[in-house]
Design a protein around this ligand. Structure first.
Ligand code: HEM
Length: 396
């Protein structure tokens, strides 16, 4: 059957994205969707179809395959690697992989713990805080600074520019301010990469500098890619996970009582409230039939990772957060050749961030309404909470 004649479902990415995704999934396996009232996409909603489509070479990550007038709406965020296919993609991925090895991540873990301890210690005395701005965002950005090898003295300038470029919705900055910050960031990377021995050995930028096949421009693009893919995603996830735990107190209690369950809790939370809820776009190189629907060449297909994670055919009681459930692997980090390069890092960082908060803040509860961020990623702009500090009790 062709779904071409079916009236498209209108989808605007809003605060309750998983509820909206449920309504898309209820409309069918492969659903024509009008995103934000303008962009026509074919939305894949079933885990089995998405797993297959993610490895189907007829679906390209490169929007050069968009046909006709639709090509006028090409993505404005074209980032190296994510828009590449085949051997060229594999080769670029290979170059970027070294700093993400389990060995490198285990070296980074004590440093991540220190950063998390520092951030949580700073909010202890007040007894209330916004966990997004005071913990999850700075933790995520500082871990990326560590990974890239940004010198400590440069971080305030670097972090300020990054926040203007990569979190425009948070700051509601004008286009001009964002453009100026983007140029500043570009100049900053150029200066840094021109300096001799500017990065600590084994940092990502030092490793990339040794790669002869990379031009200085490639190097800057790669650093930008890491910020684009790693910053808001991980910060959002930690915020989403904390909110989900606050709304499911028995699960929070379970996690408090059993620190050894943190890793499995993070897996379940990634499935339940991962930040890449709608999923990435692919472009059909030729006509394809997916889930019984015929999709012409040159069209957009969305791999609905958030729908896959709530697909009852794959996960029992999928709308319930259940840390102890034994489940199949989730789709929060994607599938296939573009599987998240930073997945191991994101998991370690989230485990440390969530654990540190759960351990140090007692009687943690919401202190007002959480505010969702207007972004294509699912995440909070503010998570106001109040708590007692565990240390202040020990001191008594
Ligand atoms: C909870 C946090 C994160 C989530 C949920 C997440 C999710 C994803 C997903 C779904 C993809 C696949 C996109 C696609 O199929 O086109 C992806 C790709 C990617 N992620 Fe992550 N990510 C997270 C954190 C990170 C971090 C911390 C880094 C690096 C510091 C990172 C680096 C990347 C890169 C480089 C890619 C592109 C891979 C490629 O195209 O080959 N991610 N991520």
């Amino acid at each position: 059957m062709s779904s071409a004649q079916i009236e498209p479902v209108r989808l605007t990415i809003g605060p309750d994205i998983y509820r909206d995704l449920r309504s898309v999934a209820e409309a069918g396996r492969v659903v024509p969707v009008l995103l934000h009232g303008t962009v026509k996409v074919w939305f894949l909603t079933r885990a089995a179809d998405i797993a297959e489509a993610a490895v189907d070479p007829r679906l390209s990550a490169d929007d050069a395959h968009l046909a006709g007038k639709d090509s006028a709406h090409r993505s404005s965020v074209k980032v190296a690697l994510m828009g590449m296919d085949g051997p060229a993609h594999l080769e670029r991925r290979r170059i970027l992989m070294a700093p993400f090895s389990p060995r490198q991540i285990s070296h980074l873990a004590p440093r991540i713990q220190l950063l998390a301890d520092e951030l949580v210690a700073a909010i202890l005395p007040a007894g209330r805080a916004d966990l997004v701005n005071s913990v999850s965002l700075p933790l995520s950005l500082r871990v990326i600074c560590e990974l890239l090898g940004i010198p400590l003295s440069e971080r305030p300038r670097f972090e300020a520019a990054v926040n203007k470029v990569f979190l425009p919705s948070a700051n509601a900055e004008s286009e001009e301010i964002v453009r100026a910050a983007r140029e500043e960031l570009y100049r900053y990377f150029t200066d840094l990469t021109n300096q001799k021995d500017s990065f600590p050995e084994s940092s990502l930028l030092a490793l990339l500098k040794q790669e002869e096949s990379l031009t200085p421009r490639d190097l800057i693009e790669s650093a930008t890619l890491i910020l684009f893919t790693g910053y808001e995603t991980t910060a959002n996830f930690i915020g989403n996970a904390l909110l989900a735990l606050l709304k499911n107190p028995e699960e929070l209690q379970l996690l408090r009582a059993h620190p050894s369950k943190t890793a499995q809790a993070v897996e379940e939370l990634l499935r339940y409230c991962g930040p890449v809820a709608t999923g990435p776009t692919r472009y059909t190189r030729e006509e394809v039939v997916i889930g019984g629907s015929r999709i012409p060449a040159g069209e957009r297909v969305i791999l609905g990772f958030g729908c896959a994670n709530r697909d009852a055919a794959r996960f029992d009681a999928p709308d319930r957060l259940n840390i102890e459930a034994r489940r199949d692997p989730h789709f929060a980090f994607g599938r296939g050749p573009h599987y998240c390069l930073g997945a191991a890092l994101a998991k370690v960082e989230s485990e440390i961030g969530i654990r540190t908060i759960v351990d140090r803040l007692e009687d943690l509860e919401l202190d007002g309404e959480p505010v969702w961020r207007a972004s294509f990623l699912h995440g909070l702009e503010r998570l106001p909470v109040k708590y007692r500090s565990k240390r202040s009790e020990d001191d008594r």
